[in-house]
Ligand binder design. Structure first.
Ligand code: 6R9
Length: 654
């Protein structure tokens, strides 16, 4: 199978969706943005920085004198939290709702911008009372409750970089992250609600703090969420409700340098210790704010925005906290799982709050596909006007389903490609401009330079595939890996000279639009042919009986690697030998005989991270009968036991 043929297969349906006229007519961003950015990229970003309120306006845009260590807006000063909260109150929008919080048990809280300002000010004063000063690191290990947002903003307000750790991570994972950042304070909760039950968090903090490397932690600030019994370390632990409410609601935000560290966020990477991705202040906020305004076409007076990401994922940082709040958005914040207490919970929330823009991940969309379209059909989703996707390549089938069953065949979909490292969106359609193609992230945003290159570093022609690279620095780029400049150079800047290597495979179609093909580590080599896991997964999901698929290359004595597929079947489908054969034939028909999976194993669940990415490395371990690697970042570690217990003997060759 040549890459051109398989791309033609991906594209074969020729489905194209022009922007709705009404949206296009009133869109925040017009074609002019691409022209301006193309004419003068730095001037373009300087203009976007003007969207923010600076206490000292920058006169420099980019300092790239010591690549790849960038400085953006280096002589400017600003306070991120002032930009996300205070300035909206000062502009007379104090009564606008900032957060509609929906707890999993059904409790709800509405927080206006004025209330958010008071809460954040109190929390900032509380952190100061605990001895936190600018530059000190604070670890945040919280469920999806308003205090998570408040804690992040309080840290940013006093210049204390936060390191948010997923509430689902183990004590070990938490300890490594606390240790690497040398955090002074941990902010946590007794627990949070997940799947209808309180799930404890504090015990993991207690255990983490017994581990070497975490000695720098002086205080643990604990939010009472579930009321469950909680062990207490006197002198170290402080209840949020004892400390924060008694603080003054007045706090003067101090201005920090544009390059002052804003946060560290750890990405697990495939090997070795997690990488602490460092983001700074002015450039990060400029791009988070601009992309949220441009890609979601946000109208702060009328839109209700909902990003379903966890706060512990970069998507929660940039598109729950910094992007939307800097734009004065009204948002939904939901604590729990999509099926608690019923499988229509999300759609019920959209109906309840009149959500207009929904941003979620392909894994969630495929889960809803599996549950069936009759579930969203029971709710009034007519408020929706725009849908977004992030986290993984979205297969055309899921894209079309999303548009049809959630977006009433009316709403545009923006498939946004970016990474923890890029800080904000990089490649995405613009909803008022782009004629979209299901499955493609399409074009670099204005001011972003991305392309696809081959092994030798040459740009590939349209219609071919290779490696995705970013060819110019961008404002929200990571500045380094915390404490490890060399690793920053080695990981991102050594594979190709002067270009940032994203680690993703991609193709350009005949129009030059970009299609993401998954991590290059996941690419399979079968009898000398490179085959992307994304393409085979897409082919499997295009079969009506398959809801979700994960594909890996397992070493094989004859073909080098052989394709092993793990599939989740749709609601009514039952597994049998015939179905497995049918699926293998289906893939061969779609992509060519070389892509025919050698083994297909129906499973109930797939191993995923909290951001919904399939952990193919674990599936490779299973397919190659190896001991499982690190499972600490899995949402549910029992999934792997289930999969392993089902593994049949390899089928005979054919
Ligand atoms: C934001 C986020 C980054 C990796 C990235 C790529 C994959 C994200 C995607 C996408 C295809 C998209 N990815 N968005 N692949 N299309 N729209 O997910 O950050 O958790 O650091 O992951 O996710 O492989 O390199 P992060």
């Amino acid at each position: 199978m040549s890459s051109n043929e398989s791309l033609a297969n991906l594209l074969k349906e020729e489905r194209r969706f022009a922007p709705p006229e009404e949206l296009a007519a009133a869109a925040n961003v017009t074609a002019e943005a691409y022209e301006q950015a193309a004419a003068d990229r730095l001037e373009f970003w300087a203009a976007q920085a003007d969207r923010l309120t600076w206490s000292t306006k920058p006169t420099e845009t980019l300092d790239w004198s010591n690549p790849p260590f960038a400085k953006w807006f280096a002589d400017g000063k600003l306070n991120v939290t002032y930009n996300c909260v205070d300035r909206h109150v000062e502009a007379g929008h104090g009564d606008r709702v900032a957060l509609h919080f929906e707890g999993e048990p059904g409790d709800a809280r509405t927080i206006t911008y004025a209330q958010l300002k008071d809460e954040v000010s109190r929390a900032a004063n509380a952190l100061t009372e605990l001895g936190v000063t600018a530059g000190d690191r604070v670890a945040i290990y919280l469920p999806m409750i308003p205090e998570a947002v408040i804690a992040m903003l309080a840290c940013a307000r006093i210049g204390a970089p936060h390191s948010v750790v997923f509430g689902g991570f183990s004590a070990d994972a938490l300890a490594t992250r606390i240790g690497d950042a040398d955090a002074r304070v941990v902010i946590t909760a007794d627990g949070g609600y997940r799947r209808g039950k309180p799930s404890a968090l504090k015990p993991a903090v207690d255990e983490a703090l017994t581990k070497p490397g975490t000695e720098g932690v002086r205080s643990v600030l604990v939010v009472r969420r579930t009321g469950q019994e909680t062990a207490w370390a006197e002198g170290r632990d402080v209840w949020w409700h004892d400390l924060v409410p008694r603080q003054s609601d007045q706090h003067t935000p101090q201005a920090f340098d544009a390059e002052h560290p804003l946060f560290i966020l750890y990405t697990s990477g495939t090997t070795g210790k997690p990488k602490g991705i460092l983001h700074t202040t002015g450039g990060y906020l400029t791009q988070a704010s601009y992309t949220h305004h441009a890609v979601f076409d946000l109208k702060p007076e009328t839109d209700v925005f909902w990003c379903t990401a966890d706060i512990g994922w970069v998507t929660g940082h940039s598109y729950i906290v910094y992007g939307p709040l800097s734009n004065g958005a009204t948002q939904v914040l939901y604590e729990g799982t999509p099926d608690s207490p019923h499988q229509g919970r999300w759609w019920e929330i959209i109906q309840k709050y009149g959500v207009t823009i929904l941003y979620t991940a392909p894994t969630a969309i495929r889960t809803y596909m599996k549950w069936g379209e009759d579930i969203p059909a029971k709710f009034d989703l007519s408020s929706l006007r725009l849908l977004g996707s992030v986290g993984e390549p979205i297969n055309p089938e899921a894209w079309v389903w999303y548009r049809k069953h959630i977006g009433a065949d009316r709403t545009p979909i923006v498939d946004t490609w970016w990474q923890t490292e890029t800080g904000a969106m990089m490649i995405s359609p613009l909803p008022g401009l782009t004629t979209t193609k299901p499955g493609s992230a399409q074009t670099p945003l204005p001011g972003i330079a991305a392309t696809v290159i081959d092994d030798e570093g040459n740009e590939v022609p349209n219609g071919s595939g290779g490696y995705l690279v970013l060819t110019e620095p961008w404002p929200s780029m990571l500045r380094t890996i915390w404490g490890d400049d060399q690793r920053y150079l080695d990981t991102y800047w050594s594979r190709f000279e002067n270009r940032y290597f994203a680690g993703d495979g991609a193709k350009k179609d005949e129009d030059g639009d970009i299609w993401l093909l998954g991590r290059v580590d996941d690419v399979m080599l079968v009898s000398g042919h490179n085959i992307s896991t994304t393409e085979v997964e897409s082919a499997l999901v295009s079969h009506p009986k398959v809801a979700e698929a994960a594909v890996v290359g397992a070493s094989d004595p004859t073909t080098g690697q052989a394709i092993a597929a793990f599939v989740i079947l749709r609601g009514s489908a039952t597994e049998d030998e015939n179905l497995v054969e049918e699926l293998r034939t289906h893939v061969a028909k779609q992509l060519g005989p070389i892509a025919k999976p050698k083994r297909i194993l129906p499973v109930a669940e797939l191993p995923k991270t909290r951001s919904g990415k399939i952990m193919r490395r674990l599936l490779r371990d299973v397919a190659e009968n190896r001991q499982l690697g690190d499972v600490t970042t899995l949402t549910d570690s029992t999934v792997m036991d289930l999969i392993q217990s089902k593994l049949p003997a390899a089928p005979s060759e054919d």
